[in-house]
Design a protein around this ligand. Structure first.
Ligand code: ADP
Ligand code: MG
Length: 465
């Protein structure tokens, strides 16, 4: 066998031996560039792949290649960029009204070449408030366990519509899926790309509204005119026929133009039982990757980061102690952290093992599902109201505040979707629920007393048997 054949054989063996995500993410398309003595020089498509192969997968690849070659060989990975396809340019050129095209050509700035301008026709700017400003790449600590998702997500953000399309992230509650999606959106927007982030429930509701108000053309325009479409909690679309149909067309429209689609779900595509087969195969055709619960060190590092951001003196040893006891997901870790912060702020207490034990007790519970009924009852009781007050139409101050907190807790701690929450609160709209959630988040950030109430209620809710 010559060197090329050796590499081809090793490549196919690696495809069988490595798990699918690893192979697809890092090795797919890797080719032999040269042989330099005993060193095989392999070209890979981006620097994430190069670093990953050089540092983490080196031994695996070398072993397989050495076995095939019948002698020990070494490897070197180098960047080998394949030109990006741009078929969208011509299509958009054709679709653009003539006067707009001419206006662009007339504008005599020493600007980008015409085809690039055509790729960015004037479009309304996107609101930034749909993204949480804290969900950025630098605030996500991947640990060892999530290196791959982290690197792949950055690759997607740096080269949308490139090799990982669609990009499908799945994993349990509170492990950072939303954080990752929004980090991609932030980075793309920073480069003036149009990135739409939308929870699938909002997509579904927009569609229903559009059908009702006969504005489906506008709906399509909105979702098909972006560079990157990120749909969160896509599991809620399964089983909803017309939404799946519309999403399928949106997906195809974007995909054909090399626009990036990013999806998050609580389970892998194959487990989305009522998902149409053609959508499932579309999802599986991209990069499907799972997000893992953080290991001990990662949990401790996350706590330390939060403490630093909040100017709380939490020594590394305390972070480790808390992390060792709090084995749940990151969202719960956040709950515990918030509670510690609130306790310190409200009572001036020092962080002691006893204090943290006490707080952790609330989380070391036999896991039960928090239901909408629990939430309504807990919040109503605490405010001296009845659940009917929360569900009913009254809008005075205290009732309003209680209702907003209840909606927030329902969103965070039950498995109900936005429309389900809206229904449970007397048929309110999903946008009302979303609005309440951001209002509460805002209040928590600005008022310690308010944060104290929410923490207290969260604690009650999670301690319920
Ligand atoms: P999911 O969408 O998977 O339910 P989220 O993205 O809402 O989870 O994450 C829950 C919280 O935990 C968020 O505040 C997020 O910033 C935080 N978080 C999750 N994973 C990490 C991580 N690895 N590093 C830092 N923060 C994290
Ligand atoms: Mg989420």
């Amino acid at each position: 066998m010559n060197a090329q054949e050796l590499w081809n054989t090793a490549y196919h063996q690696l495809e069988l031996q490595l798990d699918r995500a690893s192979f697809e993410t890092w090795l797919r398309g890797a080719n032999l560039l040269a042989v330099d003595g005993d060193v095989f020089v392999i070209g890979v498509r981006n620097e994430y792949a190069r670093d990953m192969l050089q540092h983490r997968l080196y031994r695996n690849v070398r072993r397989v290649l050495s076995d095939v070659a019948g002698k020990a060989v070494e490897l070197r990975f180098e960047l080998h960029k394949v030109p990006v396809r741009q078929p969208a340019a011509v299509e958009e050129l054709v679709q653009m009204p003539l006067f707009q095209l001419m206006a662009q050509q007339d504008a005599s700035q020493p600007s980008a070449p015409l085809h690039q301008q055509i790729l960015r026709p004037e479009r309304a700017p996107l609101p930034d408030h749909d993204l949480n400003s804290k969900y950025t790449f630098d605030r996500f600590l991947p640990g060892n366990e999530n290196q791959m998702v982290y690197a792949a997500a950055q690759a997607v953000a740096d080269l949308p519509g490139g090799s990982y399309n669609p990009f499908f992230v799945h994993g349990g509650v509170g492990l950072g899926k939303t954080h990752i999606l929004q980090a991609i959106a932030h980075r793309c927007r920073a480069r003036n790309l149009r990135a739409i982030y939308v929870p699938s429930e909002v997509f579904i509701n927009d569609l229903v509204d559009a059908i009702r108000q006969k504005t489906t053309a506008m709906f399509r325009d909105k979702y098909r005119s972006c560079d990157v479409l990120l749909v969160d909690d896509i599991q809620f679309i399964a089983g909803k026929e017309s939404s799946q149909e519309e999403f399928f067309h949106t997906f195809n429209a974007l995909y054909t133009f090399n626009k990036q689609v990013v999806l998050a779900s609580d389970r892998p595509p194959r487990d989305l039982q009522t998902l149409e087969a053609r959508l499932r195969s579309r999802f599986e055709g991209g990069l499907v990757i799972d997000i893992q619960p953080p290991e001990l060190e990662t949990r401790a590092a996350i706590l330390c980061q939060w403490a630093k951001e909040n100017n709380i003196a939490l020594p590394a040893s305390t972070c480790e102690m808390i992390a060792a006891k709090a084995r749940a997901n990151v969202r719960e870790l956040e709950g515990i952290f918030n509670q510690i912060v609130a306790t310190i702020r409200l009572s001036g207490a020092k962080v002691t093992p006893m204090l943290t034990d006490d707080i952790l007790d609330g989380y070391r519970r036999p896991r039960h599902r928090v239901t909408l009924k629990h939430v309504l009852e807990t919040v109503a009781n605490h405010h001296g109201l009845s659940t009917d007050d929360l569900i009913g139409p009254k809008r005075n101050g205290p009732i309003n505040q209680a209702r907003q907190i209840a909606m927030y807790l329902a969103r965070e701690y039950t498995t109900a979707s936005l429309p389900q929450i809206g229904d449970a609160f007397g048929g309110r709209r999903h946008s009302t629920v979303l609005h309440s959630c951001s209002k509460v988040e805002e209040e928590i950030r600005t008022s310690d007393a308010y944060a104290g109430i929410v923490n207290y209620l969260r604690d009650r809710l999670l301690k319920l048997k």
